[in-house]
Design a protein. Sequence first.
Lengths: 323, 348
Amino acid sequence: MGTTAPAAASVRGSSGRVGDVIFEWMCRGAGILVLLLLGGIIITLFVGGLPALRQFGISFIWSTEWDPVEGREEFGGGIAILGTIVASLLAIIMAVPLAFGVAFFLTELAPGWLKRPVGTAIELLAAIPSIIYGMWGLFVIVPIIQGYIQLGWIGEALAEIPGIGFLFASNSFTGTSLFAAALVLAIMILPFIAATMRDVFDQVPAVFKESAYGLGATRWEVVRNVVLPYTRTSVVGGIMLGLGRALGETMAVTFVIGNANRIAVSIFDPTTTIASVVAMEFPESLTGSLQQSSLLLLGFLLFVISFVVLAISRYLLRSKLKS
Amino acid sequence: MNRRSLLFASGAVVLARPALAQAVTVTGAGASFPRPIYERWGQAAREGASISLNYQSIGSGGGINQITNRTVDFGASDAPLPTAQLTERNLLQFPTVMGSIVLIVNIPGVADNALKLTPEVIADLFLGRITRWNDARIVELNTGLRLPNLPVSPAYRADASGTTFVFTTYLSRISDTWKTGPGAGTSIRWPAGNGARGNEGVSNTVRNTPGAIGYTENAYATVNRLVTTQIRNKSGAFVAPVMAAFQAAADVADWSVPGFAADLIDLSGATVWPIVSPTFILLPTNPTADKVAGSLGTMRFFDWCFKNGATAATQLEYMPLPSALHDRIRAAWGAQVKNPAGQAIWTA
């Protein structure tokens, strides 16, 4: 781009050049503005969280204390951080196979007339506001989890498995749980992962696939041995994109996770995430209080976690997005 | 948040100025618990008193922050501020209405107000120490009821709220274990159960979960026809959550404490409901020249509400204050709220 623009401008004369310069600086300004905003948010969060960091030190990251009662304030982000990561990872575990199925279907199996409607429907999932997912999760998914999964034969059978049964046995019977949050998150991030996978699957040169088909490979063998190896890093990048989205999701998670500052031993136990703690407690925290500072520090940590995940995703997607 | 509200508030003042002759705009922010009644009063006062109310229910903590920064005309808080803080922030505090908190349960076969609970049992239910509904201590209190062998699922407000503050203050009052354990606050460390967002979240959790017990504002329980319980009060009598029981608490309360911060929790009296609480307004005692109109507007608004708003309050399941208290609040306005020249703003 950069090399062709000056040539075109010289043909059109000086007024065009002035326009180009203005346009260039406007674009550059927009880019710099985003950087400044991002930096500003990081700095604000960090400065706001500094009193809490001073008070509790680095152990804030793994401390499980969270006591906002006046006179004995004690804060630690351990449970929220763990809850955030575990809920997001569980969501990824549930969403990836489904997203792969969707992408595989859309690129390899679906007849032409079906590709567009199904693809659009998947993308529309991304357009649903998260509060809708939250309400739907609370009113539909949670009772189903409670009645048919946790207290149904599936949950009972899983809880009987020796060794890992405790992961599925819980004293909490409300249905709002780590599992509910992960399930809702999985549906929310599905379109992001599925869309990325479909796009990169489509980029596999047709000649590769045709050669494999020519050798007598089945559809599954083509995807397994040609498409997946060719797109591996991009697929992982797409998954990280979904993970990044899951980490920061607030409203939908808050509705269904149970919001308890306790470590979830079982997937049916309530726990909490960084975003939902902040959303729940920020409005009632007094300016300058240790609680508000701890919430800002949690926000900063969430920023760092999401930033790392997204950076990895950009790095992995880099080569494919460039081409 | 602060900065945006500042813009918003200053915008409201600018907009209000041309129309000052006809209608005053009063901006307030704070507690969500009294929001329905403030909105109802606001609608009525627009026609009745030419005062237009802009109330943002951002939470009590937010209300205190906003009024301390003077970005609004008044703040609203469910928990009273200590006298020292009122002095430090130059605020006058007065109550507007009272509300009550009730327990809601979902136990198959148990009808509304049939279940009797003592304070000790309530504390142990929320502490996670009583884990089954057919626990001997509950059965003993409810000899006529068939209580199923169901696990107890406590449900609490996950969002920091005045409702939680009042309820946990009650629990701290009646149980030493609670006082030294979880304690009282707008959000606390709950030893057991699930947190849900808002009154609607708690009531939804209770409705969906057999064996659940939660707490909610009475207005919410009544409107949604939730199953409530009786509680044994300080005088040893079991009372059902009805208007007469709430009003009985208001009648025996001592309002002569500084900042009108009357304590209506766990009062003595045979018919008194033990979990009742007023909600408060915070008004600057030293409004700057550009805020004098808003300050007067706030006082005129609540004066109008005290005179005309009782019916609306009762309809929404709030309790109006005793009228003797209204007069004392007006006297406090006259004595404490001064304009920059040092004159009383409220002269009526």
